[in-house]
Design a protein around this ligand. Sequence first.
Ligand SMILES: Cc1cc2nc3c(=O)[nH]c(=O)nc-3n(C[C@H](O)[C@H](O)[C@H](O)COP(=O)(O)O)c2cc1C
Length: 367
Amino acid sequence: MSEGSFVTPFAERFGMRVPVVQAPMLGGATTPAMVAAASNAGAFGFLAGAALAPEKIASEVAAIRALTDRPFGVNLFALPPATPDEATVRRALEAIDPIRAELGLPPGNPLERYAPDFRAQLEKLIELRVPVVSFTFGLLSKDDVERLRAAGSYVIGTATHVAEGLAWRDVGADAIVAQGAEAGGHRGTFIGAFEDALIGTMALVPQLVDATGLPVLAAGGIMDGRGIAAALALGAQAAMMGSAFITCAESAISPAWKERLRSMSDTSTSVTRAITGRHARGIRNPLMQRLSESPHKVAPYPVQNGLTQELRQAAGRAGNSDYLSLWSGQGAPLGRKRREGLGAAELVGQLEQEWHAAAARIGALKR
Ligand SMILES: Cc1cc2nc3c(=O)[nH]c(=O)nc-3n(C[C@H](O)[C@H](O)[C@H](O)COP(=O)(O)O)c2cc1C
């Protein structure tokens, strides 16, 4: 494709030569260097802001702005404050403490705070006038969406089924992330049971395109140019890719996690709520298996997440991937064909060539 021509209205709006959005990923992957590299390379970078205090969001946004003058996004978890009762925390720690002990940590204690205050994060985002903002885990009010839009931000909501997409449309969202069941990391589901919302990307994207009439970004299982071409054929305006970027040089996840990502297979992941209290897809390991043995002890998100954090950090420092949360999508083994330590810009360049080749192959089938 020639410079200056864009494949979809979403790509055109944000000047993207490559219809790829680097997905926001909590846990150290989406550093300012990663976000800026993706945007500078002609794709679109996204910062995971959910775990960051408002001041840290501001400093990370400043770091991105120092590295690129191209558009980028910030993602938050739309959640009410956590107010766990003592019994919930005690029960959760009964299952967590034996694992802490094995890693040389004393018994855990209730935390003062389990997650940053969402309202304060949102106010900071409005103040920062970020080009694109996206949300998962919940729905914003019409008022909040209007305030973000008045500040110049383009607002994206995450949906795992059609009713969620319609809810986002009704509060005024500009676009929808269609998060298929293949996706790595937490499920965005906020209406109905998670089991009912495990809809594959292939089935979900066209249904959300038809139902909402909004631009849809396809997320889940897209790892190379074939997946990008497929997403566009389904009516998506860009592919949102997480697992493909997580092993990039700019990603600051622990080397032990990167190694596991490079040795996993298509059947290596499960969806579990045992590690954080909210369903998420990751590579099965002893941490997932042991905490899954007592499901009634698992506290809701973000309490369980906060209570397991210190032991996961200790495991990370020790290079022990048995006790890390190894979030990953089902397509991640497709990333093995790429050079280890590839930079995000180089990945975007490869994806551009690959999806053009895939589209040409599909075009050739007509003749
Ligand atoms: C390690 C990891 C962390 C993630 N963290 C977030 C997050 O903070 N916010 C969010 O909206 N999605 C998060 N996701 C989901 C991604 O945005 C996206 O939906 C997913 O990666 C797409 O599927 P794929 O991994 O198969 O590409 C995360 C995914 C991974 C793998």
